[in-house]
Design a protein around this ligand. Sequence first.
Ligand code: ADP
Ligand code: ASP
Ligand code: MG
Length: 402
Amino acid sequence: MALIVQKFGGSSVANAERVFNVAEIITNTFKQGNDVVVVLSAQGDTTDDLIEKANEINPKPSKREMDMLLSTGEQISIALMAMAIEKLGFPVVSLTGWQVGMKTDSTYGNARIKKVEPERIQSELGTGKIVLVAGFQGINKYDDITTLGRGGSDTSAVALAVALKADLCQIYTDVDGIYTADPRVVKDAKKLEEITYDEMLELASLGAQVMHNRSVEMAKRYSVHLEVLSSFTRNPGTKIKEVPQMEKMHVSGVASDKRTARISLIGLEDVPGIAFKIFSVLAQKKINVDIILQSIGRGNTKDISFTVADNSLNAAVEMLNANRDIIGFKDITVNDRICKLSIVGAGMVNNAGVAAKMFEALSNASVNIQMISTSEIKISVLIDRDDEERALKAVHAMFFNN
Ligand code: ADP
Ligand code: ASP
Ligand code: MG
């Protein structure tokens, strides 16, 4: 007997038929003698629909009220699933984030989990019930509802797996594992049997939305046994763990991220302290900066370009303009039609030709590179958004089709 946490995403519970399909997966796991804790997302496009509803009423609602609204989607899912499982004749209880003691900080819309108080779940498991938990939501020190950020149900699941010391955490979704690229875009992407936490973390952070990146970070920290698999098929999924058995591949996957924008500050003075001024101004507003490129000074001036998440672009530009005199730039330009394309692989640090191969693929596809950034485990390039799909396919083919 094991304690298993299972998480089902929105498409897995989108309608009555899907709900019963998932109820069967859950009850089969339970029938095998396991303790089962289930985390559910909102059905289908519910979260997007709620955001649209809010927009109709007030395009700039307070984040607190937004969380109050968005958390309802997950509550619908757990109640309906509990009813389906009741109908199949199994003991079940559904619980909200508050009821399972999912304590978060107060960053509405992107709250971080501080701790989970597992007693309620443990006592329900003790009476032989299947426990269903609303994903994506928690509660802060004011007893207000918070949400964990888009895709956050994965993180709810891993947090529960940690708190309950679960033997396994299964993330059920609409693809049967982690692929070498988004299988909906790159048709011949290959499924990985296993992938390291670090590689998965990079892929998730670089745009592969299949896993919430914070869930992978937490799974790594607490060595949670993670598995990504499909609720639509019975195919074996992908295991995420520390050391894969197989020899490490040079490149394990390709990802792209549209949610990024570039800012350039032109005509900065070429003296010490300028970068400090720019990035401390942005840090004050908690704006994260990603790829940074500084030109070599010519005459007495230089330019600095960098990328930010597209949803913090306006705040960043506002903040920079407000501090224009202190920073001392002549002009500011913005490009929000870009995308970041990355290759990820734990093995590439010791392999000299990887970057060249990526650039060759882009060159053959006539894709222009605007910025480049590298680390031990990834290489990212900034390209025009219109080139995204072509570039993704070309780079993927270069590494995986030979
Ligand atoms: P859920 O609703 O189950 O949380 P998501 O939509 O968040 O599902 O994530 C699943 C989607 O992630 C897939 O449908 C797929 O298009 C996308 N995806 C992006 N990159 C990858 C990848 N490398 N491997 C698998 N899926 C990927
Ligand atoms: N329902 C939330 C979202 O759409 C959380 C999740 O699905 O993980 O972002
Ligand atoms: Mg998701």
